[in-house]
Write a protein that binds this ligand. Structure first.
Ligand code: SF4
Length: 216
């Protein structure tokens, strides 16, 4: 598939954006947050968990913990229980409190707005960093999560499996101004239609430009 020319891939990518915008008019980030710190916490909690479940847990959490220091000084056992329903709560509690300690120590308690700083925080990889940059700071980045990985591969926008390499392949074919929106569109498309098992190719709004469509 990647033998297809760059120009053709760019063209299909722009068609995909246009069609998906129409098919999924409500495609904003589903996590609720009011500032970069809240988004950072919500994003860490969203690993292996639905955004809906995270949104049920965060209102009480955000009322109690307002600053990086609040999280840094949280009682770990109490905090674990407060986020328990999001799953993997021990690891997530550790990530969030350790992350907050680093924020307090190295960034005056503020969430940094540069990839090279964000990626040094415990529990924060390029994926989480791009979510924060794009949605809290308006700095473009493509988020490669499990949906983006699967859907962009099926669409022939990448032939890689490593998330960072996928991100760079996508950076090449999507205009920078569309990186954040493209991320939302593809993630929603993966959730709603292009399922891991049995993608719904029949009703898929981009089946005409997809080389992997199943018999329709
Ligand atoms: S046609 Fe099928 S495989 Fe291709 S994007 Fe649509 S749902 Fe996914």
């Amino acid at each position: 598939m990647m033998r297809e020319s760059l120009e053709k891939r760019k063209k299909r990518a722009s068609q995909a954006i246009r069609l998906l915008r129409k098919a999924i008019p409500e495609h904003k980030i589903a996590l609720h947050f009011r500032n970069p710190l809240e988004l950072l916490v919500a994003t860490i909690l969203s690993a292996q968990c639905t955004d809906k479940r995270v949104n049920m847990v965060t209102p009480a959490l955000f009322r109690k913990y307002k600053t990086a220091n609040d999280y840094a000084e949280a009682d770990l056992k109490t905090f674990e229980q407060e986020i328990r329903s999001t799953g993997f709560y021990k690891a997530k509690a550790k990530s969030i409190t350790n992350c907050a300690k680093e924020l307090a120590k190295r960034f005056s308690g503020k969430v940094p707005n540069r990839m090279e700083d964000l990626a040094t925080l415990p529990g924060v990889g390029r994926k989480t960093a791009n979510v924060i940059l794009g949605n809290a700071f308006g700095i473009p980045g493509i988020v490669v999560d499990t949906h983006m990985k699967r859907v962009s591969f099926r669409l022939g926008f990448t032939d890689k499996t490593d998330p960072e390499k996928i991100e760079f392949d996508l950076n090449e074919i999507i205009p920078q101004k569309d990186w954040v929106e493209f991320s939302h569109l593809m993630i929603w498309h993966g959730r709603l239609t292009c399922f891991a098992r049995k993608p719904n190719c029949k009703t898929c709004s981009i089946n005409k430009i997809c080389p992997s469509r199943e018999d329709i």
